[in-house]
Design a protein. Structure first.
Length: 131
């Protein structure tokens, strides 16, 4: 079990508190999750990462649920248990049903399998796919 290297709000610098406050306001939560508390050990990384996440995950051409399901699929593929749990919860909050979760897992698993097969066989890209 890791020792607590998380930065709690009461112990945070003004710079870190400003980011924590923005996270809480943006996400409408009472406290930030552990990911942000651990990143707060390096305020520059905390701020840069939050600004990027806030921008990328904001509504755009893709709706928030789709973005969360993509994030979930990548997190599963990368083997990040923390991000898998976090983005499963976020996707469920955004409306992901159990059936949708099952399909995301099926597509993620299949993509990983076929990607590895294509890489292993060194399959050249079809001319019809090249742009």
């Amino acid at each position: 079990m890791p020792t607590s290297l998380a930065v709690e709000y009461k112990d945070a610098s003004p710079e870190v508190r400003a980011v924590f406050d923005d996270i809480k306001q943006t996400r409408k939560v009472d406290d930030v999750n552990n990911f942000w508390k651990y990143l707060a050990r390096d305020p520059a990384t905390l701020k840069r990462t939050w600004e990027s996440v806030k921008q990328i995950m904001a509504p755009g051409a893709l709706d928030p649920l789709t973005k969360e399901m993509i994030y979930l699929a990548v997190s599963v593929t990368n083997g990040c248990a923390y991000c898998t749990a976090s983005h499963t919860a976020a996707a469920r909050k955004a409306g992901m049903s159990e059936a949708m979760f099952g399909e995301v897992m099926a597509v993620t698993g299949m993509a990983n399998e076929t990607n590895r097969l294509a890489n292993g066989y060194r399959v050249p890209v079809d001319a019809a796919f090249a742009r």
